[in-house]
Design a protein around this ligand. Structure first.
Ligand code: SF4
Length: 444
């Protein structure tokens, strides 16, 4: 008998961009230029068609436009690097492509019956509610999330920060950061100086790759001046989506200065990236990760998002983890279940399935590189998927507890005694459960 998963080493390859009619004459030098990649990002159906030529049927673009007009919570922004990892052999292959399914969502991907869960919300994790300064979310006792800006070099259809990140779409009018960046950064530093119990800062956005390097370096150096800060994690999907950014000489040199200062002060400096499928890992991504490690970043870790149609099988997750760990020097760290944001039901998986997937990936990778699958429970924070306290499978409601107060519950006596609900996608429930939710909707 064979194993449920057979490991075979697969070396990374950079797919040939010349297979795209619009990029036939693009040189390696152009391809490896961050500037060229940024200027040639795909922002709309017309630009996509110009690159794909007649590789994909016209009906795809109608499907895309329909989605953008009615359902998309993120505007379109796809780097050439990412488009090049999608399959364009046929319209069917493009439709089925796992990276296409979350970077270029179309109307027919979404569920017509339950496009959104009734409990889905724009800021499902209440990050904005927990701002202690503009862009600074204090959710866990010892850690903060610092959103330096609200843009990324690429926009993911499932973005959990769809409330704030990116341009407004017909479906979502985005929140705006209003302070000048320097005032925002000053407010963060002032809060961290005044709260020595906070030791860990996730520097994010958006994506830090969109912060001009000298501003980012100055922000990081100011954090490194605060003696109580012991961990700094830079959040950048661009390490995969635009590795060219992290290979630019001025960025590499700047990162080395920051890493040296962090090492001298005993602070753990890491990069957290966001890769959802093995196809996204190419030699250029591996080179960017390796370069960060060479200049002294202590670790490069991956936080993927678990999504139906993208990576929600044991084999997909293991393929990705082995490519990260064995070929790219990136530690498989977490898979987050896709959050309860609007129009995301076709991506979300139920808790029981996430538990099964955690079970299926155990024992293949080194223990330290076996990722945890986590559920980010609203008002709780991330929990390993087996930490559920009670689970009503019929109605798809799981209940979770927590052991700390968020910044909005300091005076709440019940916060640690309460059970907090999380909801499975309704289409995954037994018929009796689906009927119950239909009834709830009718009587609402
Ligand atoms: S890179 Fe991160 S913050 Fe930016 S759109 Fe994607 S998920 Fe959202």
């Amino acid at each position: 008998m064979g194993q449920p998963y057979e490991y075979r080493r697969r070396e990374l390859v950079e797919p040939d961009w010349a297979r795209f009619p619009g990029w036939r004459d693009i040189t390696r030098e152009q391809w490896e230029s961050a500037q060229w990649q940024r200027v040639h990002c795909i922002k709309n159906a017309r630009q996509l068609r110009a690159v794909l030529g007649d590789l994909i049927a016209d009906s795809f673009y109608d499907d895309l436009l329909a989605d953008q007009a009615a359902s998309a919570t993120m505007s379109m922004l796809v780097t050439p690097q990412m488009l090049n990892t999608m399959s364009v052999e046929s319209t069917e292959a493009f439709y089925a492509d796992p990276v296409r399914r979350y970077m270029i969502p179309v109307g027919s991907d979404r569920r017509a019956d339950w496009p959104s869960h009734p409990h889905a919300t724009r800021d499902s994790l209440h990050e904005h509610d927990m701002w202690v300064a503009e862009g600074l979310t204090h959710r866990y006792p010892t850690k903060v999330l610092a959103e330096l800006l609200s843009t990324c070099p690429q926009y993911c259809g499932h973005c959990t920060r769809m409330d704030l990140v990116g341009n407004s779409t017909p479906a979502v009018d985005k929140l705006k950061l209003t302070l000048k960046p320097t005032d925002r950064y000053d407010a963060h530093v002032a809060y961290l100086r005044a709260h020595p119990g906070v030791r860990d800062v996730v520097v994010s956005g958006g994506d830090v790759a969109n912060v001009p390097w000298r501003h980012l370096e100055s922000y990081l150096m100011r954090l490194l001046d605060i003696e109580t800060i012991r961990d700094i994690r830079l959040a950048t999907k661009a390490l995969m989506g635009l590795p060219q950014h992290w290979l630019q000489p001025d960025v590499v040199e700047g990162l080395e200065r920051v890493a040296r200062t962090a090492a001298r002060r005993g602070v753990n400096l890491a990069i957290h990236t966001h890769v959802n499928h093995a196809n996204s890992l190419t030699p250029l991504v591996a080179r960017a990760a390796q370069t960060a490690l060479e200049v002294g970043v202590r670790d490069v870790r991956n936080q993927g998002v678990l999504m139906r149609g993208v990576n929600a099988t044991g084999a997909d997750l293991l393929d990705l983890c082995f490519a990260l760990q064995g070929e790219a020097g990136i530690l498989p760290y977490y898979f987050y279940m896709c959050d309860m944001i609007p129009n995301a039901e076709h991506w979300r998986v139920p808790v029981w399935q996430a538990q099964e997937l955690q079970h299926d990936i155990m024992g293949y990778l080194p223990g330290y590189a076996t990722p945890r699958i986590v559920c980010d429970v609203p008002l709780v924070g991330k929990r390993w998927v087996h930490m559920v306290t009670e689970y009503d499978r019929e109605h798809g409601i799981s209940y979770w507890t927590k052991n700390y107060r968020t910044s909005i519950e300091q005076e709440d006596d019940e916060a640690l005694a309460r059970r907090y609900p999380y909801y499975d996608p309704i289409d995954t429930l037994p018929e009796s459960g689906q009927k119950w939710w239909r009834k709830q909707e009718q009587s609402a």
